[in-house]
Ligand binder design. Structure first.
Ligand code: GAR
Length: 207
């Protein structure tokens, strides 16, 4: 059984897709052992509680320095003994010590086709604002392993989504969530839980 911790910051629709995927059998062999939010007001925390999953807030605001927060975050994760950490809209820089401790065992969902519209400062709705400003006709979502860079780790899965004339950032965001994010994140977790993903020299192979 793959034990996962899901890290969240906001609405938690991707967390919900994981909870639903486990319930309906889209995701097999997987258990959510905890949810961690950096934001005490995140609706994702409510979703976790409703599903009977233990959920805690570990906020940088409650710690004197970033280093102390980083230690608290790592200890919070370690105490849950996960096999995999899923960043589902988690808008916090992952401490280097956590990346080292969980090499190729942290995955992130990003709402664009990496390497477009990603990197430092490009997250959430901003991604879709930039895509629309550039006038792309196709965008999408990417699931990737997390390394020391921002959105630079090995790509596991991507799904393209059409941009429509008249899209607002909010409308495009919703379409990408529905058609891509809520599909490829559960799918990736299921593949990982069943030993079907291999990483070699930064390249990902699906068996
Ligand atoms: C999602 O669109 C996710 O891809 C994005 O934040 C949103 C969280 O929504 N993540 C990033 O931009 C990470 N760089 P949710 O809380 O409803 O899952």
């Amino acid at each position: 059984m793959l034990k996962i911790v899901v890290c969240v910051s906001g609405g938690g629709t991707n967390l919900q897709a994981i909870i639903d995927g486990i319930a309906d059998g889209t995701i097999t062999n997987t258990e959510i052992v905890g949810v961690i939010s950096n934001n005490k007001n995140a609706y994702a925390l409510e979703r976790a509680k409703k599903a009977g999953i233990s959920a805690v807030c570990i906020s940088p605001k409650d710690y004197e320095t970033r280093e102390i927060f980083n230690d608290a975050l790592l200890n919070g994760v370690l105490s849950l003994k996960p096999d995999l950490i899923v960043l589902a809209g988690f808008l916090v820089n992952i401490p280097p010590q956590m990346i080292q401790a969980f090499r190729n065992r942290i995955i992130n969902i990003h709402p664009s086709l990496i390497p477009s519209f990603c990197g430092v400062g490009c997250y959430g709705l901003k991604v879709h604002e930039k895509a629309l400003a550039r006038g792309v006709k196709v965008s999408g979502a990417t699931v990737h392993f997390v390394d020391e860079g921002t959105d630079t780790g090995p790509i596991i899965m991507q799904k393209a989504v059409e941009v429509m004339q008249g899209d607002t950032p909010e409308v495009l965001q919703r379409r990408i969530m529905e058609q891509a994010e809520w599909v490829i994140l559960p799918k990736t977790i299921d593949l990982l839980a069943n030993g079907k993903i291999l990483v070699e020299d930064n390249a990902v192979y699906i068996k």
